[in-house]
Design a protein around this ligand. Structure first.
Ligand SMILES: Cc1cc2nc3c(=O)[nH]c(=O)nc-3n(C[C@H](O)[C@H](O)[C@H](O)COP(=O)(O)O)c2cc1C
Length: 201
C-alpha cells in the first residue's frame, strides 16, 4: 500500500476483534514512530505500549468523555494494544520572538515571561507528537489494522495509571487492532475551501 492509499483507506475504527498483532507488525509500527521528524531532532517523546488487559480496561475508563458518554471509549479495551503518546515541552524546541529576532531553543531554555506571551511563542512538542502518531496510524493502516486517535482523556488519571512522570504531558491514546467493521468515509471540505495560492484568500 503506498502512502496516498493508506491516507485514503484510514478510518477511525471503534470496534476491534480479539486477533493478536504479530510481533513483527508491532515492530514496524514502533519503527514508524521512531523515524518521525521532530523540531531540532529533539525527539521529545515516549510511547507507552499497553497490552495488559487490566491496564487497558482502566485506560479505557480514563478516556471517558466521548460525546459526553461515560463509557464512550470502552472500545480501547477491546483492542489488543493501545499506544499512549507522551511528550515533554521542556525537551521540545520552541520558537519565539526575541527582541528583533526569531529564535529556536529547547523549551526549558526559553524565559518564562516569553512563554507566557501569546502569539510570540510556540512550543513544537504537540506538532512533533502529532507527526509521530500519524506515522504510526498510517503504518497501521498499511498493515491492515484499525486505529483511532483519542484526545478526550483524563490526563491526570492516565498519568497515575501508567506512572508517567510529572513533567510529561499525555496527548493521545491510540487503540490498535484488526476489525471486522471498517467504517464509512467521513466527509471532508472541498480543496477550494482549504487551499489558496500566493496569499491567504
Ligand atoms: C487530534 C484528534 C483527536 C481525536 N479525538 C478523538 C476522541 O477523543 N475520541 C474519538 O472517538 N475520536 C477522536 N478522534 C477521531 C475523529 O473524530 C475522526 O478522525 C474524525 O471524525 C474523522 O473521521 P475519520 O478518522 O474516520 O476520517 C480524534 C481525531 C484527531 C485527529
Amino acid at each position: 500500500m503506498d502512502v496516498i492509499e493508506a491516507i485514503r483507506t484510514r478510518r477511525s475504527v471503534r470496534h476491534f476483534t480479539a486477533e493478536a498483532i504479530p510481533d513483527e507488525v508491532l515492530d514496524r509500527l514502533l519503527e514508524a514512530l521512531r523515524l518521525a521528524p521532530t523540531g531540532g531532532n529533539q525527539q521529545p517523546f515516549k510511547f507507552v505500549v499497553v497490552r495488559d488487559a487490566e491496564i487497558k480496561t482502566r485506560l479505557a475508563a480514563a478516556c471517558r468523555f466521548r460525546s459526553g458518554k461515560p463509557n464512550g471509549h470502552d472500545f480501547v479495551a477491546e483492542a489488543p494494544l493501545a499506544i499512549v503518546a507522551c511528550g515533554s515541552d521542556d525537551a521540545a524546541i520552541s520558537r519565539f520572538y526575541d527582541g528583533g529576532e526569531v529564535a529556536l531553543a529547547p523549551g526549558k531554555d526559553v524565559p518564562s515571561e516569553i512563554q507566557r506571551r501569546r502569539g510570540e511563542y510556540l512550543n513544537l512538542m504537540e506538532i512533533d507528537l502529532a507527526i509521530a502518531v500519524d506515522h504510526l496510524v498510517l503504518q497501521a493502516t498499511a498493515e491492515g489494522l484499525g486505529t483511532c486517535w483519542i484526545a478526550a482523556l483524563d490526563e491526570r488519571e492516565v498519568k497515575k495509571l501508567l506512572s508517567v512522570p510529572k513533567e510529561m504531558r499525555v496527548l493521545v491514546v491510540v487503540p490498535i487492532g484488526y476489525t471486522d467493521s471498517w467504517p464509512a468515509v467521513r466527509p471532508r471540505r472541498p480543496l477550494e475551501e482549504i487551499v489558496c495560492y500566493d496569499k491567504y484568500a
